[in-house]
Design a protein around this ligand. Structure first.
Ligand SMILES: NC(=O)c1ccc[n+]([C@@H]2O[C@H](COP(=O)([O-])OP(=O)(O)OC[C@H]3O[C@@H](n4cnc5c(N)ncnc54)[C@H](OP(=O)(O)O)[C@@H]3O)[C@@H](O)[C@H]2O)c1
Length: 282
């Protein structure tokens, strides 16, 4: 049985690996009708519930919506093949990290609207974040995309591209950092004598439970920490280490700065020569 918003007919996923595949999984879980979606991936690895073809020319009827789900480095290989199938009515949604709207518009000059989406992997279980940004989409297109992405999690529109990059640094990459934190908690549990399985489950459930509690109550993190740490108790002794010289804040800040620098490099690489030159002169 299908329910909820419908994908425009047809919708193409050009590239359907980890991230676009996670979006498809979230929509499948939400009961969204995928029968008119086509996944284009050279390996033709099947995507459950979606017709999968190896090349763009096998995809058939031109799309109303195209989701660009390949790596940013593939843009100049794929754009010339794709362009001929797109019209002034096509909506292009790009999940390519770092590739700016102007760079996409340069590759797809005639399309109706270009929207950048910054998703994260938990969209696969409908608890993701998908930030959206567009310079040229009209209200009906925005409404369509808001409705379409809503089943995947929290879907804010952001007003400028710097904010999209910021959401990408925190939310897009965030699951990797949270995974490292859970792994570190797990290792600490093992060091204290727990089996790996027990330590990992305790770490996972603690992160999940804390996030869930704070998300459902709206309580701020300082208050959560204070409620765990009684004065002069064990947690307070631990927090004194994490808080000393704001060591954790600093570590996360430099981590995110490193990712943001890489994002800026990718944006630069994806600029067409003319765009890069005018950006350099401005
Ligand atoms: N991973 C994340 O958490 C995340 C978060 C936010 C944004 N993103 C963005 O998502 C995009 C994809 O990342 P990913 O992690 O999903 O990478 P991935 O798993 O490597 O997926 C890349 C996809 O592109 C396909 N592809 C390669 N060459 C192609 C071609 N010539 N024509 C059509 N499709 C082609 C691959 O096909 P095969 O399946 O046949 O190999 C694969 O399906 C990137 O631009 C990234 O910036 C990722």
């Amino acid at each position: 049985m299908t329910s909820g918003p419908a994908l425009p007919v047809p919708t193409w996923f050009v590239g359907c690996g980890n991230m676009a595949g996670a979006m498809v999984a979230g929509w499948r879980m939400a009961g969204v009708d995928l029968s008119n979606a086509i996944a284009i991936r050279p390996s033709a690895t099947p995507v459950e519930g979606v017709r999968t073809v190896p090349t763009i020319s096998d995809a058939g009827r031109p799309p109303q919506l195209v989701v660009l789900g390949f790596k940013p480095q593939k843009l100049d290989e794929i754009a010339p093949q794709l362009r001929q199938f797109l019209t002034s009515k096509t909506i292009v949604v790009s999940i390519l990290a770092g590739v700016e709207a102007a760079s996409l518009r340069h590759r797809f000059p005639g399309v109706g609207s270009i929207v950048r989406a910054m998703p994260n992997l938990p969209v696969a279980i409908r608890r993701g974040v998908v930030a959206l940004y567009s310079e040229d989409s009209d209200e009906p297109a925005r409404q369509l995309l808001s409705n379409l992405f809503a089943p995947l999690g929290y879907v804010p529109w952001v007003s400028d591209e710097a904010k999209l990059a910021a959401v990408g640094s925190v939310g897009g990459a965030g699951p990797a950092y949270v995974a490292r934190f859970i792994a570190a908690l797990t290792k600490a549990g093992e060091k204290r004598g727990l089996s790996r399985e027990l330590a990992q489950t305790v770490a996972l459930e603690t992160v999940l439970g804390t996030a869930w509690m704070a998300a459902s109550s709206g309580e701020d993190m300082e208050s959560v920490a204070r409620r765990v740490a009684s004065p002069n108790g064990t947690t307070e002794a631990g927090l004194a280490v994490l808080d000393r010289d704001q060591v954790l804040d600093q570590l996360i800040a430099v981590t995110i700065e490193a990712a943001a620098r890489r994002g800026a490099e990718l944006a630069e690489e994806a600029k067409a020569p003319q765009l890069a030159e005018s950006a350099r002169l401005s």
